[in-house]
Design a protein around this ligand. Structure first.
Ligand code: KIV
Length: 287
């Protein structure tokens, strides 16, 4: 399917892509200018991930991220995106307390922030109930299994999941339950590619991998990791396509140097008024 960059991506397009074996491209974004860039190059899904906490807000993990922070950033992203499907990531404590609160928070993503779907980590029986309630309320849901960063305090690490048969069976079961519950797609995070292949083959909905190998129906990365703009640890699965940190450091260092040497702003970056010059500065020698 040749991409129509003027036509909004809708959920049935993603299912069609899976059926035709066409890869789905997803990427995170957290603000207006970067969302505009991501959208303009034809990314299909823009996820406003709660990874926001680490890559933008400087938290150690995703746990402190609040609904208000997510809404603030999702609004900015939605203003920058015309084509891609914007998905808002339900942060920790936004859906675990009650179904009613989960639905209210998901509505905020859609009504206030302009997202067209939400993502929820995990597949416990209560989460499946929440997912039912959201779909009943006409909010499309993306699932997320494998490594689920909001479980960090219970599990204690960010390591690869599903390397043994028992854990793999659990993850397969979760993915199948999520599909039954009606999610339109599932993120598979940090699992062996062999397991991602099994899940992808068994499901009718698309799988989107991050650290889950090439057999997924699509791929997602964190914007800052892909562009070399992250400050923290980079997992093995990240391919850094450019080194933005270096570009920023080079540019800003040059600015610092030129300000200190008084070579910036030179004349071309300055406004002039001959009248002011004549009235006030005639005694000064022009530089
Ligand atoms: O928060 C996030 O960015 C995510 C992706 C890594 C899938 O959940």
């Amino acid at each position: 399917m040749s991409e129509n960059l003027n036509q909004r991506v809708i959920i049935p397009d993603l299912i069609k892509k899976k059926r035709k074996g066409e890869k789905i491209v997803a990427l995170t974004a957290y603000d207006f200018p970067t969302a505009k860039i991501v959208d303009s190059v034809g990314v299909d899904i823009v996820l406003v991930g709660d990874s926001l906490g680490m890559v933008v807000l400087g938290y150690a993990d995703t746990i402190p991220v609040t609904m208000d922070e997510m809404i603030h950033h999702t609004k900015a992203v939605s203003r920058g995106v015309k084509r891609a499907l914007v998905v808002g990531d339900m942060p920790y404590m936004s859906f675990q307390i009650s179904k009613q609160e989960a639905v209210r928070n998901a509505f905020r993503f859609v009504k206030e922030a302009g997202a067209r779907a939400v993502k929820i980590e995990g597949a416990s029986p209560f989460r499946l109930e929440i997912i039912h309630a959201l779909i009943e309320a006409e909010v499309p849901v993306m699932g997320h299994v494998g490594l689920t960063p909001q479980s960090v305090n219970r599990i204690g690490s960010f390591k690869v999941r599903g390397k043994n048969k028992e854990e793999a069976d659990q993850i397969i079961n979760q993915a199948e339950k999520l599909e039954e519950a009606g999610v339109f797609s599932i993120i598979l995070e940090c699992i062996p590619l062999e397991l991602a292949e099994v899940i992808t083959d068994r499901l009718g909905i698309p799988t989107i991998g991050i650290g889950a190998g090439r057999f997924c129906d699509g791929q997602i990365l964190v914007f800052h990791d892909l562009l070399g703009y992250s400050t923290g640890y980079l997992p093995k699965y990240v391919k850094k396509y450019v080194d933005l940190n270096k570009i920023f450091i080079d540019g800003i260092s040059q600015y610092v140097k030129e300000v200190r040497e008084n070579t910036f702003p030179s004349d071309v970056y300055s406004y002039h008024s001959r009248e002011i010059e004549r009235a006030f500065l005639s005694r000064k020698t022009k530089k």
